[in-house]
Design a protein around this ligand. Sequence first.
Ligand code: GLN
Length: 545
Amino acid sequence: MAKFIFVTGGVVSSIGKGITASSIGRMLRNRGFTVAPVKLDPYINVDAGTMNPYQHGEVFVTDDGTETDLDLGHYERFMDVSCSQGSSITAGKVYQRVIEAERKGDYLGATVQVIPHITNAIKAGIEDLAAKEEADVVLAEIGGTVGDIESLPFLEAIRQMRQAHGRDNTLFVHVTLVPSVGPWGEVKTKPTQHSVMSLRQIGIAPDILVCRCETPLTPDQKAKISHFCDVEEDRVIESLNAETIYEVPLLYERLGLGEQVATCLKLEFERNDTEEWAALVDRIKVPQHRAEIAVVGKYTSNGDAYKSIAEALVHAGIPHGASISIRWIESDLFEATTDPASLLEGVGGVIIAPGFGERGVEGKVRAVRYIREQGIPFLGICLGLQMAVIEFAQNVCGLEGANSTEFEPSPAYPVVDVMPDQVGVTRKGATMRLGTYPCNVTAGTLGHRLYGQTRIEERHRHRYEVNNDFRELLIDKGLVVSGVSPDYRLVEMIELPNHPFFIATQAHPEFKSRPNRPHPLFRGLVEAAIARKLPDVSAAASPAN
Ligand code: GLN
């Protein structure tokens, strides 16, 4: 029988609810428990796939091709698990299921209502995940903040789960803000009190409070929160800013959060292995080298839009003892300048990020040209591969006007074209080539050296591909196709010899990188970046996040 932890948020969003849930998961994994994380998102979208990354941050893709919220990326990285469809329950998905069942006649005679039909469907989603994953603990994070109209059915569903599964098997963790305000930075507990009051009004009394604050809480402040919120003092846990997010599970462990979670749920365990995690945090915090990597994309003003790329770079720095800082560059800037050197001055390497739509494409092509000609280490990701192929076609093969049919209906040379099975697809939701696919890596290539294997699997999210009509010409002119789908139909990875490091993939390697298992392509890029510039840094150098 699984135990259930529910993590809610109060006062404001963006106070680290996802990192808190992920850290609780890490602490349970350290104790040897299997954990199945799930994100409950109250929005009406069926999945995150159609949402703008500006607004919502990155769309994270699981092995089975579910397009999800970026928090699932944190779960995978912190808990070292692979999420699947069941790990993402949105209001859209729930309503879709209930309405389909109603049309089929499953509820004949009944009036279909939020309670019990929607709430039952939410509970069924959580319980099905517990059964499917055979997890010791299901860790459910509820999106949004308490008080939002749309999160009410989700809160009612978890309230009912406590009734059904009992106190020993359910745990409510509430993450809230304790701000410091006024000229003297006075610590205010009132927003937390109000947030807990809202929760209690709907029948949920939190067992543990995680208080995000700028300075450590004094015993008096803790006592006050405990008193007003009716949460034991030991279960009021402060959450301070950490030097790196990967340190948060260690900080929570020290503050007793892991112990309180285990005690509340009567979880028995014999070990608590924190060494591996502590070692990697040490390496992040005390770097020996420092490198700057530029990420060129069209959503760079919101770093969350490329969350997994940013994290993959942190991971890649760990084995090299390197702190990687990211220079975010809006691709349009390469269109506005005739001097790309000014934008890339001093960087050790460049990533051309994934993306959709025409804006910024010309800038990315110009950036690739400069990178190729100047020998700057380069990793192209998904759209980044397509940009590299377009640039090579235009400037090396002499195919003036080469482009992708995504950006121009009939380019002179459609070197990137819609995939045959995407022709005629008009519905946008969950219709791309999504999830994990195998790829054969050509022996002796850079890709082979990095992966150390000739058969790999990576996650995907795209509609376009390298047009096979041009494959031979591109190869004749020196482009190396180092990865292809097992049926040879799809170009999956390309590279350039006679360049220090130039590789691009149609996949999204960032989704599979873990702090304890950095991805080979990112590792390779960081290695090349360090080799390019190797200034020693003092221990005081700041890590990337
Ligand atoms: N827009 C491109 C395609 O659909 C690239 C997608 C991406 O970068 N994820 O093929």
